[in-house]
Design a binder for this molecule. Structure first.
Ligand code: TYR
Length: 464
């Protein structure tokens, strides 16, 4: 789509007016400490394409050469925004962060915008209904928490960033609408996919949500004015918002670009990291390094492609790992490397160590289990159901399985005798075996029951 060119007023900063949104978008900027080499720049787009990190660029193909030339001409400023609608980013956001890091590693300046303002407006892109209103306080707390984790990820990638100021707090509504608002055309705004799909729904769309694209466009404009930012990265659902920014900035005669990153889906088509409604988060208190590690370790064989997307390993090394995986899938070398690289990026070396130790614990050590409190055990097996049961004399293995509904009605007996049941890391194939203290019931009164490879149940036995 060609952008219209008209004149745009430069915004004099307004002083003393009430805040437009009460809270601000926080912007973390990162000056490049790497030296730019033009060969690295020219290779960047190609390499991002080869890795599968870039989907489309905007404006369309004709501009790709221009964009490549722009990247070759010297260090550029690239930005990507994240709305703090929760107190942590999730695995689905990781690719955008990685995208920024790729730009950074060849010497461009990158900016991560935490949309403390836009989160209160609510992005309709890719959503079928309006989000519940997010209060300014919650948005601020979420921004703080996400900022820390993005900071950690950047630092883990040996980078540093510094804060810059906000740009909405001194803008008043009337000034904003009379200056910026008039450059946004209703027809174009209405044509956006995110708007169209919502207008057709019974619920419709609020004015607040409808204006979201204006705010994201204005963010881009602001970063363009202040930091010379010419490139915005975003998920494929962000295309409409990227276009709004492009059109708005184009009015002033500046050419800017949007690059979209694919939405990563699992092999069964779910959004990555959102299995059965449970998101895989990047903040440690919500998803431990161990859980993150296990999440990547357990990806199906076909997902080794993730090595290209989620790690910075050279493509030749990725190819080698993929070949080893094809030769002997059972070793899961590629998955182990993927899990290790992602955990190291998100939680640092120490996080990776902790994930590996926990894995060892998870898989074998009875002594360690025995020394754990109920809370620690629940933490370790966060997804395992926890049951408190009365220990009646003569309780057997099959009784325990039945009480916690660990195995389906019919084939219970068979499953135990086939060896699918493990108690405290030891296979237990006699269904009628009476539970023995110390062996089946640890001295802290706990039993860890596993059925199959990964269904864990924690039982806390209460004595009469
Ligand atoms: N709209 C983006 C987040 C964002 C916020 C502000 C921006 O300036 C840019 C992007 C999303 O929901 O993913």
């Amino acid at each position: 789509m060609a952008a219209s060119i008209a004149s745009i007023c430069r915004y004099a900063s307004r002083r003393g007016c009430c805040s437009l949104l009460g809270r601000v978008n926080i912007c973390l900027t990162l000056k490049s400490k790497f030296h730019c080499s033009s060969s690295a720049h020219s290779g960047l787009l190609l390499s991002l394409h080869k890795r599968g990190i870039l989907k489309d660029s905007f404006p369309e193909n004709a501009a790709q050469d221009q964009l490549a030339r722009l990247l070759q001409s010297g260090a550029q400023t690239v930005y990507c925004g994240f709305d703090p609608t929760a107190d942590s980013l999730h695995v689905g956001n990781l690719l955008a962060v990685i995208g920024l890091l790729h730009f950074r590693s060849v010497g461009h300046h990158v900016i991560a915008v935490l949309g403390g303002a836009t989160a209160q407006i609510g992005d309709p892109s890719g959503k079928s209904s309006e989000r519940e209103r997010l209060s300014a306080d919650v948005a601020e707390a979420n921004t703080h928490s996400i900022r820390e984790s993005v900071h950690r990820i950047f630092t883990n990638h040996e980078l540093h960033f510094h804060d810059s100021s906000s740009w909405y707090k001194n803008r008043d509504v009337v000034g904003f609408l009379s200056e910026a608002g008039r450059h946004f055309r209703m027809g174009t705004m209405l044509s956006r996919h995110s708007v169209q799909s919502r207008l057709k729904s019974a619920e419709g769309m609020s004015l607040t949500e409808f204006t979201y694209q204006v705010f994201q466009a204005y963010d881009f404009y602001h970063l363009n004015q202040v930091y010379g930012c010419k490139i915005q990265l975003g998920g494929t659902d962000q295309l409409g918002n990227l276009m709004s920014g492009h059109e708005y900035i184009h009015v002033s005669g500046e050419e800017v670009y949007g690059l979209t990153i694919p939405l990563v889906t699992s092999t069964v088509g779910d959004k990555l990291g959102k299995t059965a409604g449970n998101a895989v988060w990047l903040n440690r208190d919500k998803t431990s390094p161990f859980e993150l590690y296990q999440f990547f370790l357990r990806q199906p064989d076909a997902s080794v492609e993730y090595l290209k997307l989620f790690t910075f390993l050279p493509l030749a090394e990725v190819e080698k790992l993929m070949e080893q995986q094809r030769e002997d899938p059972s070793k899961r070398l590629a998955h182990k490397r993927l899990a290790a690289e992602v955990t190291k990026l998100v939680h640092g070396k120490e996080g990776l160590e902790s994930a590996k130790c926990t894995s060892a614990l998870y898989n074998s050590s009875v002594q360690a289990l025995e020394e754990m409190s109920d809370e620690e055990l629940k933490e370790l097996f966060r997804e395992a159901p926890f049951h408190e049961l009365l220990l009646e004399p003569g309780t057997t293995v099959i009784d325990a399985c039945r009480k916690v509904s660990a195995i389906p009605e019919g084939p219970r007996y068979q499953m135990v005798s086939d060896g699918a049941v493990w108690i405290n890391h030891k296979r237990t194939d006699n269904p009628e075996q009476v539970l023995i203290p110390k062996l089946h019931i640890l001295s802290n009164g706990l039993t860890l029951l596993r059925v199959g490879k990964r269904n864990f149940y924690i039982i806390k036995w209460l004595s009469l």
